[in-house]
Write a protein that binds this ligand. Structure first.
Ligand SMILES: [Zn+2]
Length: 187
């Protein structure tokens, strides 16, 4: 297992459209998942934050995301197959630009399809925190970063300034009915 350097904004690998995994049970997939877990845990132990990491962030341009919220949760070929009718506004951050927050608009509810490492297909509904996290991670697999989705006036903020002007209550708004089709690229 290897703890990798996190690829940072400007590195072309973050802009790659990542390849679909055809054998979720393979040793190669196991190795990438192990490395994602170790790299995420290393980050958590150093900075006390971090819920998920996408394979291109450690230099592997394949469709794997590793999430650790209440349990380790590797997602192979994750795909958002549907979204709800409401959006919310979130100050998003990313290991690939750790000193910046970006205001983005995300669907409040999503339907996620993915494979596990035994090749079983799952479909689940996520909302709130988990929904925005998954949208961020699936974006990574398409070479899309939160900075590309910057929303509203003055949408990019250095972390130091964000901490000066906002509190954790300002991180997300309450969901509201979507008025524009900002997510037409998903559906
Ligand atoms: Zn990210």
């Amino acid at each position: 297992m290897t703890i990798h350097r996190i690829r940072l904004l400007g590195d072309p690998i973050l802009r790659t459209k990542c390849a679909t995994i055809s054998h979720p049970g393979s040793a190669a997939v196991r190795m990438i998942v192990d490395d994602l877990r170790e790299t995420l845990r290393d980050w958590q132990s150093r900075f006390g934050t971090g819920r998920a990491i996408a394979a291109p962030q450690i230099g592997a341009p394949v469709r794997i995301v590793y999430v650790e919220m209440d349990r380790p949760w590797p997602l192979i070929n994750p795909e958002i197959v549907d979204i709800g009718t409401e959006d919310f506004i979130v100050w998003d951050d990313c290991f690939s630009f750790p000193n910046m927050l970006v205001r983005v608009q995300r669907a409040y509810r999503v339907r996620l399809k993915y494979q596990d490492m035994r090749d079983a297909v799952h479909e689940i509904e996520l909302d709130g925190d988990r929904a925005e996290l998954i949208q961020h991670e699936v974006d990574h697999l398409d070479g899309v970063l939160a900075v590309d989705r910057a929303h509203g006036t003055d949408p990019i903020c250095l972390r130091e300034e964000w901490n000066r002007w906002y509190t954790s209550n300002d991180r997300c708004t309450t969901p509201e009915l979507r008025t524009e089709h900002l997510h037409s690229n998903i559906l």
